[in-house]
Design a protein around this ligand. Structure first.
Ligand SMILES: [Zn+2]
Length: 399
């Protein structure tokens, strides 16, 4: 997991055993001095405990494959997989299967059997292929070093076997047909040392790939997002550069500093891929941001939306999402802001139909009859939208 735990130790990697450090690219695609060691094939579970874990994971994965909470967009799935394969290498990538899951949190993980889960909240917060490569490289490092396997087997020996993957919410959702999805992997507890090892290996993987190392900015934004949340809740602002002895959690600032130093060492070599990232995620923006926009943390959602807009540009879809965020909070001043945002979305061109819906609803709430025309435009643009009957009712019932 990337969002919760931290390793202070950033020592040398055991991963390579020295053999991979020879200079020169492994193949035409690898530009850096780092060479991936030869791939020995997917890890085979050893012994009864591990084989039992694999069976449970495989069963869970079959259910996850049917879950309504999984994002199906073939273009977005292919894009994420390609970044993963370009980062870890095609051979290692062959052992991994990706699932994009609707969840507003900033997280991703790889289970020991190769099941890779990427939250929509993660994709909403990243701005480039290079950043995605860094995050997936970190998760792959846990996988390759079998950190999560050690955690799972510790849990099992503690008699708390099934709790390790408390993915039960997802299974329940599948079996009851409920759309709501809870995916809790909170029981995977990596140690600080493991987090440090994963960060260090991620840096080397990205360095050896076609992407630029660009993780310091991800952690800077994580800090800014946390500060925004604390301001909104009236909580004390925390220092992000220190870790207390009792705290399992690292300071995000320490991770940021580690990556900043690595980025200085590596230089600006490699592809950023911001435009590619914007293009691949744009068609699914409503899905990537849905859980954030409808969630309870206005400041977090607003921070994430604004940081994407500033980095990748304000598309009509992104402006519409921010308009919906203000419309849903609904303070009188928010409605003014929302109306402005929907207007900007429509003016920007290629706005989604929801821009007209939002504009109409806000105008009607503010007592402006022009809202009816906007809602009529919405129905023309999206006649079979799920809420079209509701909007028609609204138009028919008013004066
Ligand atoms: Zn981690």
């Amino acid at each position: 997991m990337i969002g919760s735990l931290f390793g202070r130790g950033m020592g040398l990697l055991a991963w390579l055993g020295g053999i991979g450090l020879a200079a020169g690219p492994a193949d035409g695609a690898a530009a850096g001095p780092f060479v991936r060691p030869p791939y020995a094939g997917a890890y085979e579970p050893q012994g009864v405990d591990e084989r039992g874990l694999w069976m449970d994971l495989d069963e869970f994965e079959r259910d996850l494959g049917q879950s309504p909470g999984v994002v199906r967009d073939p273009g977005l799935n292919a894009f994420v997989r390609q970044v993963l394969c370009d980062t870890v290498g095609a051979d290692r990538c062959g052992a991994l299967r990706c699932y994009i899951v609707a969840d507003s949190r900033f997280n991703a993980f790889m289970a020991p059997n190769g099941m890779t889960v990427i939250y929509t909240g993660l994709l909403a917060r990243l701005h480039s292929q290079a950043e995605l490569a860094g995050v997936l490289g970190h998760e792959f490092a846990h996988f390759e070093r079998r950190h999560s396997l050690a955690g799972a087997l510790r849990q099992r020996s503690a008699g708390n076997w099934s709790a390790w993957i408390s993915l039960l919410g997802v299974l329940t959702a599948v079996r009851t047909g409920a759309v709501r999805q809870e995916l809790q992997i909170g029981l995977i507890a990596f140690t600080r040392g493991q987090e440090g090892e994963a960060d260090a290996l991620a840096a080397r993987l990205v360095e050896g790939s076609r992407f630029r190392l660009a993780m310091a900015a991800v952690w800077r934004r994580a800090i800014e997002e946390d500060d925004a949340l604390r301001r909104e809740k009236g909580l004390r602002r925390v220092r992000h550069d220190i870790t207390s002895l009792a705290d399992d959690h690292p300071a995000d600032g320490q991770r940021m500093a580690m990556f900043a130093a690595e980025e200085l060492r590596v230089g600006s070599r490699g592809l950023d891929g911001g435009a590619e990232y914007a293009a691949a995620t744009e068609p699914e923006l409503p899905l990537l941001f849905a859980a954030l926009v409808r969630g309870r943390d206005f400041a977090v959602a607003d921070y994430v939306l604004r940081s994407r807009g500033e980095a990748l540009g304000w598309s009509g879809a992104l402006l519409t999402l921010r308009g919906d965020l203000f419309r849903l909070r609904g303070h009188p001043r928010d409605l003014v802001t929302a109306e402005e945002l929907f207007g900007q979305a429509i003016a920007a061109g290629r706005a989604p139909p929801e821009a007209w819906r939002g504009l109409g609803l806000v105008q009607l709430r503010r007592g402006n009859a022009a809202g009816k025309a906007a809602l009529a435009s919405y129905l023309t643009l999206a006649p079979s939208a799920a809420d079209a009957p509701l909007i028609r009712n609204l138009l028919d019932s008013g004066p």
